[in-house]
Design a protein around this ligand. Sequence first.
Ligand code: SF4
Length: 377
Amino acid sequence: MLPPSVYERLGLARVREKVLAGERLNLEEGLRLLDCPDLLAVGALAHHVRTRLHGPTTYYVVNQHINYSNVCVNGCRFCAFARERGRPGAFELSVEEILQKVRERLHDPITEIHIVGGCHPDLRLETFERLLREIRRIRPGVRLKAFTAVEIDHFARLEGISTRAVLQRLQAAGLDMLPGGGAEVFSPRIRRLLCPDKLSGDGWLRVVREAHELGIKTNATMLFGHKETLEERLEHLDALRRLQDETDGFVCFIPLPFQPHNTKVEDARGTTGVEELRTIAVSRLMLDNIPHIKAYWVMLTVKLAQVALHFGADDLDGTVVEEKIGHMAGAESEQALTRTELERLIREAGFEPVERDCFFEKVQKVQGEMLKAKGQR
Ligand code: SF4
């Protein structure tokens, strides 16, 4: 922590006191932090909280990302991933092709498979139920983290059933968790501007609340650095904090810097490293009830993600292997990291690497459960 005089000079003395006392910051205080020119002063506060929560631990996961299709009916302006069906670059994997990707990595000690795609016009819920069941059969014990709230809502519309019923069916087929994408920024103004056809912010919160009520944990994201104001960023964090007070269903928050390449967002400035670090730090400080903050190296770049561990983040995500969503928008990071590389990045930053599963359970325990699960089958 920097000396008190630094915070007095910045008009943040009371904020510092509240952080040290573990008191909740209000929106006006969050705004002053997001607007603060002294990045290191904000980062030191976030690092204090991160250290209080997690000590020297930094988490990572050995995971596999699978995008089943980028065909999508929504056409969000900030999205470089989606395509209309039949257009160049559109792809759609069959269940068998996805299962083949899972089989190709059976030799890897993967604990989590992360599956998302666009809102496909006619892939039915039954296909995804079959997919989850088959992956469970091939790879028992692996955690299945799949489908954003936006996809869940889309499946419900296609089937003519409620989102709660969709969640129940997917849960019965083996779904463990929702990854938390599609939140973007909840502001109705931003959604009208950038993604008018997508599930609203209130809709996203409703679906996620239903998931939590069913015992399905989720992550939460925020896409920042496009057209939103700092106030809208803070309101997004506040909405997540209020829902978490009620449900305690969020595991990790993932701030995602907007990648402007190949998108339809005019005058997109893109984010700077300072803005990314400050937003991660303020997220740690505002989200006092969400245990983990992720530095998602795919979007941040590996080097900035490593630095972000000193700005409030306690998780580096994982090995990933094949990532399409960020890279089609110009993300400059690698496509995959090994466990050794992740551990080296964490150690060099001064932290102790701990492998986790999607619930942030240490992997030792997960492997025990995996063995148990295999024995039961
Ligand atoms: S962000 Fe998601 S919902 Fe929007 S166009 Fe891209 S894939 Fe579709």
